[in-house]
Design a protein around this ligand. Structure first.
Ligand code: ATP
Ligand code: MG
Length: 231
């Protein structure tokens, strides 16, 4: 992989955030992640894990404080820059209406059919795609409504693999898939993480164990920070 214009250092600096009219989910949240580190976020439901990664993906922006990528506030970057350098698979994956192929290709307009199929094979999505009415040319419907959550996650994952981003975010991507697919995804995750800065939210120990750092989140705060051997 070749990422000339990005290292992938990430800093949350005094980040506070609340959803519209809600209480503060994060208050003066600080986190420094070195380029290439893999971070696992664990913690109870509602503790703020998805909020942290949704802020990083800029689906929301901090109410106060800053998120820096390689020392630069991400608000100073274009959406296109972020899109090509940060890939994500979210808890509630969102596809756009269009074909399976369009959804995997996304910003990578230079990708060939073969590239797209290889990305799908890497996450074990190829077989289910071939069973759809028109294979890779099947329309997924508004927001992907004609697919299951697990299928949408697999397509999002194939998209992320194809995009080859420097920063990779995975929010419980294996929660809605079967055991066999999960194993294949675990292998794909290990490959994807190499050399990337990554944030993974998972409940399964196998995913968490291999992370460089495990952050335990409680009530919007980091209450433990270490690796598997230490915690
Ligand atoms: P889970 O393990 O269940 O996925 P989580 O750690 O990812 O939980 P978050 O989704 O970050 O938790 O939620 C943190 C807090 O923010 C919770 O109190 C939740 O109810 C609230 N919250 C999350 N998303 C929204 C939203 N879109 N609008 C309003 N409040 C929200
Ligand atoms: Mg969550």
């Amino acid at each position: 992989e070749n990422w000339p214009e990005i290292k992938g250092n990430i800093t949350f600096k005094n980040v506070s955030f609340s959803y519209k009219d809600g209480e503060k989910v994060l208050e003066n949240f600080n986190l420094d992640v070195k380029a290439g580190q893999s971070i696992a976020l664990v913690g109870e439901t509602g503790s703020g894990k998805s909020t942290i990664v949704n802020l990083l993906c800029r689906f929301y922006e901090p109410v106060s404080g800053e998120i820096l990528i390689d020392g630069v506030n991400y608000k100073e970057r274009s959406q296109a820059w972020l899109q090509s350098n940060l890939g994500y698979v979210l808890q509630t994956p969102h596809l756009f209406s269009g074909t399976v192929k369009d959804n995997i290709r996304y910003g990578r307009l230079d990708a060939s059919n073969e590239d797209i199929i290889n990305a799908a094979k890497m996450v074990n999505a190829h077989d289910f795609i071939m069973k759809l009415e028109n294979g890779y040319d099947t329309e997924v419907g508004e927001g992907g409504s004609r697919l299951s959550t697990g299928e949408k996650q697999l397509i999002s994952f194939a998209r992320a693999i194809l995009a080859d981003p420097r920063i990779f975010v995975l929010d419980e991507a294996t929660s809605s898939v079967d055991t066999e697919t999960e194993k294949i995804i675990q292998d794909a995750i290990q490959k994807v993480l190499k050399g990337r800065t990554s944030f993974i939210i998972a409940h399964r120990l196998s995913t968490i164990r291999s992370a460089d750092r495990i952050l335990v989140i409680s009530d919007g705060k980091i209450i433990e920070d270490g690796n598997h051997a230490k915690l």
